[in-house]
Design a protein around this ligand. Structure first.
Ligand code: PAF
Length: 284
């Protein structure tokens, strides 16, 4: 596996692969890789000739009060996992390589979409995500890029950005990977104590309950959300940021459950903010 730390190195390999007529898949990550990321790499492996994974904790998507410094990092372990899953090149740039000191250009969706759900408490987050993903697209020039459905709003925003900016890249959303108890895999799970990890099961419990209500034919979104919130509130270590039903493409709130509606939540377990979701009728 190639480890590339500079934009130029990546571009050189990509140029060779493109000349050879090989397709390139990109899996953007912030490292501290787990089975969720591995499933994206596997999907890319089976879809593309060459698989590039970026491993970069992107500072522009963290607000000053967030966990940029504390965000877990373990590049050696990441490389081991990536080798095992057949990654061809890992792009591991420094912050200085990605952002020159006077960088002042951002990619931002200027409507309500990034202000919904996570955007309510993380107002600069999606601007940072769009900017870095856009830079990665320009550096790697992938044919396909792979993102997890766990970050449902991020996935919808990236699809929108790709459409609005006419990127010739296919965006592939991949299913949430869960631990055996149901907890969605996340690098932030590492922050949880033993007691918090148990408490965190309330997120997936509420997701499964919401899915069951929907499968029973309940179409009143507010009823489903209210029951899910009640369930979460019963857990004393849990603090709800939001539990919402929104249109799966625009992220705008809806009252009626139908196919394509996204039911999403962010919940603090102690100090750790976790997210989870499901899409009515399954992912497209
Ligand atoms: O989902 C993530 O890990 C990040 O938001 C991403 C897409 C790699 C951009 O930094």
């Amino acid at each position: 596996m190639i480890i590339a730390k500079t934009i130029n190195e990546v571009r050189e390999y990509i140029a060779i692969w493109h000349k050879e007529g090989l397709s390139v898949g990109l899996v953007p990550t912030m490292g501290y890789l787990h089975e969720g990321h591995a499933s994206l790499v596997d999907r890319a492996r089976s879809n593309c000739d060459k698989v590039v994974v970026s491993d970069f904790v992107n500072p522009t998507q963290f607000a000053p009060n967030e966990d940029l410094e504390a965000y877990p990092r373990d590049f050696e372990h990441d490389c081991q996992l990536l080798e095992e899953h057949g990654c061809d090149l890992v792009f591991y740039p420094s912050v200085e390589e990605m952002y020159s000191p006077n960088a002042a250009t951002y990619v931002e969706i200027l409507d309500e979409m990034p202000k919904q759900l996570c955007g309510k408490t993380r107002p600069i987050h999606f601007r940072g995500v769009c900017t870095i993903v856009s830079k990665l697209f320009n550096i790697v020039k992938p044919d396909k890029a792979f993102f997890g459905q766990k970050d449902a709003q991020q996935l919808a925003i990236i699809r929108r950005m790709v459409h609005d900016l006419s990127y010739d890249i296919e965006i592939i959303g991949c299913p949430i990977v869960r631990e055996s108890g149901g907890l969605a895999k996340s690098s932030r799970n590492t922050y949880l104590s033993v007691e918090e990890r148990k408490a965190a099961l309330v997120l997936s419990k509420a997701i499964f309950h919401g899915e069951k209500m929907v499968s029973e034919g309940i179409i009143d979104a507010n009823k489903v959300i209210a029951e899910m919130k009640n369930m979460i509130s019963a857990e004393k270590l849990a603090n709800i940021d939001y539990v919402s039903a929104v249109d799966g493409e625009t992220m705008m709130p809806v009252d009626e459950i139908k196919n394509g509606v996204l039911i999403a939540m962010a919940v603090y377990i102690g100090k750790t903010r976790l997210i989870d979701n499901f899409i009515v009728g399954g992912q497209k």
